[in-house]
Design a binder for this molecule. Structure first.
Ligand code: F6R
Length: 339
């Protein structure tokens, strides 16, 4: 099976952190008369980005259910930043550097006088930020944004450490161990993919593993060109669950459970019993890992490989995502964004 860039994920993680500037906290910029001091106090971290880049924010949010994160993480997947931010650090992530929504958000952050850090392989984001002296972490390339996930994520972990948001240094290697462990489970992944054929997967996750669920859905969409739904509990247990009796389309319930999920596994076990009592046969995926990061990395890697296996079973070419390209081109042609 062609694992595309997955075997490179450990080295992508390691290489990407080498490019985080050492002197981040000493930066002081003057942009349009506003002084931006990277050494000042921050009271939130905004992670802005779309798709395979934006999912980094969801993953960090998951981790902050376990870690002692000092400020809230705000995940922004939009061309505007949330209003009423006080003293945020803004991390703008775009693998290509050409996603208009992310460039607009980064520009808005600078015009509001917030410290911004870009993470990208280059493109306009790097050019726009670089020309103003804004720090940019240049990361190694992959076959498509989603295949570069560790290179997008690991620099954010280092940045959080540098800004005193949380202490992650002694977990970094365990995250890589999670990737390596998942790479040993390719046969299981193929078996799981077989069970998803001819269905719409309904992916159940707890709030503290929301990022794993979203990433799985996105990989199903982009690698296997497969529709799926994510239901986050407890909320999904108050609405989505009512549709378990759906007969019009074949739903396949997939419950993802981490060893130490913040909410505890009991809630999801009850949910699985209820879903089963209506005749469904949920697939249960138990994530492996000793630390929160190890478990998260195991989850996103293993489930990503499942979606590559599904693409193979369906005879679908995994890398290209033509509808996304077409949308980006048309947005640019119709000048929807001023970037
Ligand atoms: C994933 C993918 C998309 C992009 C998204 C944003 O492989 O192709 O989800 O990540 O369109 O583009 P970037 O990441 O370049 O900002």
């Amino acid at each position: 099976m062609n694992l595309i860039d997955y075997p490179r994920w450990p080295s992508l993680a390691r290489e990407s952190i080498l490019n985080v500037p050492m002197d981040l906290r000493n930066i002081r910029l003057n942009i349009d008369g506003k002084v931006i001091d990277y050494n000042g106090e921050i009271d939130s971290v905004v992670i802005t980005g779309m798709g395979g880049s934006g999912v980094v924010g969801d993953i960090i949010n998951d981790l902050c259910w376990f870690w002692d994160c000092r400020v809230p993480i705000i995940v922004s997947k939009n061309m505007r930043l949330p209003r009423r931010l006080s003293r945020p650090l803004v991390i703008a992530i775009s693998y290509s550097g050409n996603t208009a929504e992310t460039i607009m958000s980064a520009n808005e952050a600078l015009s509001r006088g917030y410290p911004v850090i870009g993470i990208t392989t280059g493109g306009k984001l790097s050019a726009v930020l670089g020309s103003k002296g804004v720090p940019v972490v240049l990361i190694p390339k992959a076959s498509a944004p989603r295949y570069g996930l560790p290179a997008l994520l690991y620099p954010v972990l280092i940045i959080l450490e540098r800004f005193g948001v949380t202490s992650v240094a002694n977990e970094l290697e365990s995250g890589i161990a999670g990737i390596e462990n998942a790479l040993k489970h390719v046969d299981d992944a193929v078996n799981l993919a077989r069970q998803l054929v001819n269905s719409i997967p309904v992916v159940w996750v707890t709030e503290s593993r929301r990022g794993v669920g979203i990433r799985f859905k996105n990989d199903l969409n982009e690698n296997a060109k497969y529709y799926s739904v994510v239901s986050v509990v407890p909320e999904g247990a108050h609405n989505d669950i009512a549709a378990v009796t759906t007969k019009q389309v074949g739903l396949r319930h997939v419950a993802i459970m981490g060893p130490n999920d913040y909410e505890g596994g009991l809630y999801e076990e009850v949910l699985i019993d209820v879903v089963s009592s209506f005749g469904a046969k949920p697939i249960i995926i138990r994530l492996e890992g000793k630390t929160p990061l190890e478990t998260e990395m195991y989850g996103v890697t293993y489930l990503g490989i499942v979606t590559l296996a599904l693409a193979g079973l369906l005879g679908v070419e995994p890398v290209s995502t033509e509808p996304i390209d077409r949308l980006k081109n048309l947005l640019s042609e119709r000048r929807v964004f001023q970037v």
